[in-house]
Design a protein around this ligand. Sequence first.
Ligand code: NAD
Length: 409
Amino acid sequence: MAWLRRCIRHETETCEIELVANDLRHTLMELKEWAEPKSPEKRLINILDGVYIYKDPYGVVLIIGAWNYPILLSLGPVVGAIAAGNTVILKPSELSPHTAHFIATVLTKYLDRECFQVYLGGIEETSNLLEQKFDYIFFTGSTQVGKIVHQAAAKNLTPCTLELGGKSPVYLDETADMEKATRRILWGKLLNSGQTCISPDYLLCSKETEKIFLQNAKKILTEFYGSDPKNSTYLSKIVTERHFKRLIEFIKPENIAIGGKINVDERIITPTILINVDPNDRVMQEEIFGPILPIVNVKNYQEAIKFINEREKPLALYIFTKDKEVRNSILTQTSSGGAAVNDTATHLITENLPFGGVGFSGMGSYHGRQGFDTFSHKKSVLIKDFGGFTELALSLRYPPYNDAKTTIT
Ligand code: NAD
């Protein structure tokens, strides 16, 4: 048990609690400014009017969370929703039952029950919830369930944000600082044992670059997890038996370049790198969501762009290169929810960068100000007075019409 606590404590504190606390602090600091009605630039026709954008809460928001960062993904959206003035019903994931129970029993003691309620349950309970009419639905989870949520929302024309997953590629070329690149890729891949929505899913590189990557990866993985990663205190376990079995099926022995060891009792899979992977292999057909990194060889960045564009739009895209042309070509010729150059995952924690997917990886975004905006309806408000100048200007629009009125207006 001691080995479990080390990685859980570190990753929970840094990737869950601190991120939510930062979002809260930032929101409290900025909320007054975000919530104030804004006055856009006026045209001549409105020169005498007040022209404003008010931020209205939608009303009752349903937030459905995922299990892999059960605090961040449940409470992160709650921050934006409540800040924007909504009331919230939160449905945490049933696959992280202790956190769900904690949120339901402890957090509710400190928040106004009139504006925050927790509803516990799995598929059946979520399906029942989705039968109800909400003013906004915010869902984090798989693309498959995202489609179900979207259909349910459509019945009541309920706007929704879908924070989904997908296969996030990494492109690595020979100009990158290979040791640093490998360390940054492996860190992003192995955080929470790969059970992270923006985890690098697969690596695209040339055969020559692959060779150097593997040499570095062996050294770095030993640094991270020691010579026997199965017993490392820094690897987290796979969430359920079902997910564990699904992941093991991805590992074909003939493709293993590094790792491939398992500890069934602890549901641990050691960091595994697969080579000579065919794009039609199962590991390249589904989001992996585990500590397995397949490498698909491409000759150059143009081939990488083609490969990425032939697939669904990913949640994240990572580029490791010193070549600005390569970087800009990939950034401008592909579509992804977000992207990072020469790093993985950290675009998610960058305040003021909206976080969300596109296409099959989701719709809408949140974090910081974007979270507040997501949960606010922007209401157009025009205010006129009854003054003489205003009435004179308005007289142009009233019948009887004549050519002079038409020309001036
Ligand atoms: P999931 O889709 O299985 O479950 C998410 C939520 O939906 C849970 O609360 C669950 O109770 C509910 N649910 C499951 N099946 C349902 C059904 N048939 N009808 C109604 N509700 C249902 O996802 P998960 O396993 O919890 O999380 C993993 C997935 O989430 C991965 O695809 C990952 O990439 C994605 N994810 C995305 C983000 C993001 O921010 N974009 C973050 C974390 C995870």
